[in-house]
Design a protein around this ligand. Structure first.
Ligand SMILES: [Zn+2]
Length: 395
């Protein structure tokens, strides 16, 4: 009788582990970091309001004041957008799209501060995209009053003011649900934008950040062909905009270190620090601590919109300053890295950063699997929680 109970119990555990083998294995394979890592990932910089040059200069000076134990200043990646609608040219010839890119002379101050920040090691440039929309999709929606007002309105517009679905670059959201863009057009667009990036910044982009985190396999294939080695993700791949405009069509759940098309590496960015949305220093420090407890790097999303409004910029800069101090106070060993460097560390499984020993990896795995809420409940229900808790004690 006892034996039968034991066999069915252990059999049940086996079934449970088998059913969850994919997420369990993914968390085992994820790199286990030896030190806390903090990366500020900031998107949307580039084409648009000219005030960005002054904002980036303030950020450059702020970041230089924060150093980690290696003397490395705080790093903010800049997800660069290279083109915006030339609203004045378009108002003269309504109906056809005209873009203005960062080669225009009015963007010289912005390019100068980006270069200065790169030299100082506080800015690391990443490809966000040529423009924060799919031009053909945007033009197909030009009949809508809010889109027309944007297209033919004041110069250097903010793409943040466009209807959210139209801000996706890699799906045609002129009508909802959005439609897939033919792969040949995607391929051509990626070739053009990576060439533009190379011309502007003197190197091919190494890291891509999909706009609004909507992208698909054909975008990845084109990025890989263009030499990109790392894709920043929120931990899942959305491929379209649903009927209500929300990102959807999830076809992949992603962990750090998983491989994308063409052997590019994925990283996960799912911490947020947007002072304009009320995020505070304590929240960022708590997120960094949570990531460190699971031995994961902390990639923090922080958009340019926090720093576009002159009146609010000051308090948002102070909030960032305070948040960096808070993280350093809580995690004095935290290290600042560029995402490009993080990707190299992950790909090489660099022993200086990534744990190879079994016991620390096992501890990190036990911490990580706690986030699988249903699995945790089933563990409690079946009693598997007990041996897992024992294992945690022993290690
Ligand atoms: Zn963006």
């Amino acid at each position: 009788m006892m034996l039968a109970v034991l066999v069915s119990l252990v059999g049940g555990w086996g079934l449970l582990l088998f059913a969850y083998r994919q997420p369990l294995r993914a968390r085992w394979r994820e790199p286990v970091f030896k030190q806390p890592v903090l990366i500020l990932e900031s998107d949307d910089w580039g084409a648009g309001p000219l005030s960005q040059a002054a904002a980036l200069e303030r950020l450059r000076l702020l970041l230089l004041r924060h150093r980690d134990g290696n003397g490395q200043p705080a790093v903010m990646t800049l997800g660069v957008v290279m083109e915006i609608a030339d609203t004045q040219a378009m108002a003269r010839r309504p109906g056809s799209y005209v873009g203005m890119d960062l080669r225009a002379p009015e963007y010289a101050p912005l390019r100068t501060v980006m270069d200065a920040g790169r030299r100082d090691g506080v800015f690391a440039l990443q490809l966000h995209g040529q423009c924060h929309y799919w031009p053909a999709g945007l033009m197909a929606a030009a009949g809508r009053p809010e889109v027309a007002a944007w297209l033919y309105g004041p110069p250097y517009p903010r793409t943040e003011d466009l209807p959210s679905p139209l801000q996706s670059r890699w799906t045609d959201a002129s009508e909802l649900p959005s439609r897939e863009i033919p792969p040949a057009e995607v391929s051509q667009a990626v070739a053009l934008e990576t060439a533009l990036y190379q011309g502007l910044f003197g190197q091919t982009p190494q890291v891509a950040v999909p706009m609004t985190f909507v992208w698909n396999e054909s975008v990845e294939a084109a990025w890989a062909r263009a030499g990109i080695r790392c894709v920043v993700t929120p931990g899942r791949r959305c491929t379209m905009r649903e009927a209500d405009g929300a990102p959807g069509g999830i076809d992949r759940i992603i962990c750090n270190g998983m491989r994308a098309k063409g052997d590019m590496v994925y990283v996960v960015r799912d911490c947020y620090f947007e002072p304009a949305l009320g995020h505070g220093a304590k929240e960022l420090a708590a997120a960094a601590l949570r990531k460190w407890q699971a031995r994961r790097p902390c990639l923090v999303e922080m958009h340019r919109f926090n720093f576009l409004d002159e009146l609010l910029m000051e308090s948002h800069l102070q909030a960032l300053d305070g948040a960096l101090r808070e993280v350093s106070g809580l995690l004095p060993d935290a290290r600042f890295l560029a995402t490009e460097t993080l990707a190299d560390i992950i790909v090489r499984r660099d022993a200086a950063w990534v744990e190879r020993a079994f016991i620390p990896r096992c501890k990190a795995w036990l911490m990580r699997i706690r986030e699988l809420t249903r699995f945790r409940k089933l563990c409690l229900l079946t009693g598997l929680a007990l041996p897992l808790a024992l294992l945690e004690r022993v290690l």
